[in-house]
Design a protein around this ligand. Sequence first.
Ligand code: NAD
Length: 473
Amino acid sequence: MKTCPVYLNGEFVCTDDTFPVHNPATGEIVAQMSSHGIDRVSQALEHAHAAFALWRTVTPDARGRLLDRIAVELEHRRGEIARTMTVESGKPLAQSLGEVSLTIQHFQWFAGEAMRAYGRVVPPMVAGKHHLVIKSPVGVVGAISPWNFPLLLAARKVAPALAAGCPVVLKPSDVTPMTAVALAECIHAAGGPKGVFQLVMGSGPDIADEFVDNPHCRKITFTGSTAVGKKIIAAAARTAKPLQLEMGGLAPVLVFDDADLDSTVAAVLIAKFRNTGQSCIAANRLYVQRGIHDRFVKAFTERVKSMKLGDGLGPGVEIGPLIRPQAVAHAAAQVEDAVRRGARILCGGKAHAGLGNFFEATVLDGVAPDSRCMADETFAPIAPVCAFDTEAAVVRLANNTQSGLAAYVFTRDLARGFRLMEDIEAGIISINDGLPTTSQAPFGGVKQSGWGRELGCEGLDAFLETKHISIGL
Ligand code: NAD
């Protein structure tokens, strides 16, 4: 069985200390991943600090060209990396291929953004003074990424940090490390200088502590659950370490009577079931207005019943396994709770028999708004539907949470669309669209869903310091 290496100061290193990587569709061990103690993380930060001295002076154009070459490497290996991703995450292969493609776009976008770290010249209040605002790279970045989009979400940190002139030490999820190793190989093959990108692996809390306490690490960027994000916030208070946080979501879907039925069903299917419901912007709760409710639920349930469940490598599979056995238990408990509070199961509703962590694609109707599947992140293929009467009532329901990552609105009323852009408390509001993410637009949440933004020009700015230069002549 192959052992996957970490990537330290330009070298791939297999260690004696390893842990198994599982295929969630079969339960099989598919590889061993190298792991190491905290001393190697502090060495990696030391090497990154040394690399920063040079990398910050490389022209933005040359940094962008490295990103373009990484995109080319990813393109060459697109099929193979997608298979690796499916094997360790369970994601249906077509979606893994899509993830590699979007990752390539992210690298290409930030290759261009490297050239646009603009400052400005500010008119003086006092004659003879000159004021400049300049942007400088923040320094070494410690990045921690989750399992559910193992390539894409690492890229949202690595690409802008490198573009801004910052070396990165990445700690990927221990559930999906092989995809991160493939990213390291692409960066290596593209000619990334020693120490500019490194991949470490070990205990999440210990590595986060090292990022917090080590003065060479100047910023931590984290994507994962809100629970873990809060632990990192608490630890970061020790050294006032700057944080960028992308945390959990609880996206509401608001379907109004005037929505176009067919396109709404198609869009909500994507928003709900992409990655088997395991997306931070997954439609967690569906509010459907009384006048379209029955037609929507019927058409939606028919389509959900037709989705093929299986190993993500199989042809036409749309519903893969959940990442862990505990996720199946969590999904079953949410369905049980909803039914206890009066919900009806229209399809699915239980774990799928056989090997692997499968849960059937599920539609629940008549779900009480305070059910757990409406109030807690589901991260499973469960679509709970609750009927509503008025816009004011559904806005209250949508905002009645401490999460605020994404929200989806389906209506043909332009005035309502504009009202809801303002009224809904979320960082991403998707109107008549089930797939809002794009490299050029900021991605992130309000309330307890996050601090800061990835992607767009904001994604680069996260790794730049703003300095005011005052000159008296
Ligand atoms: P997670 O919080 O369990 O883990 C995320 C990363 O943190 C992993 O690398 C993990 O090893 C590490 N980690 C775990 N415990 C840690 C600790 N105590 N200190 C430091 N690091 C620790 O999340 P996950 O299960 O990998 O991903 C799913 C979660 O991530 C969901 O809540 C989802 O909504 C969220 N997410 C958010 C976004 C976003 O952009 N807002 C994107 C994807 C996923």
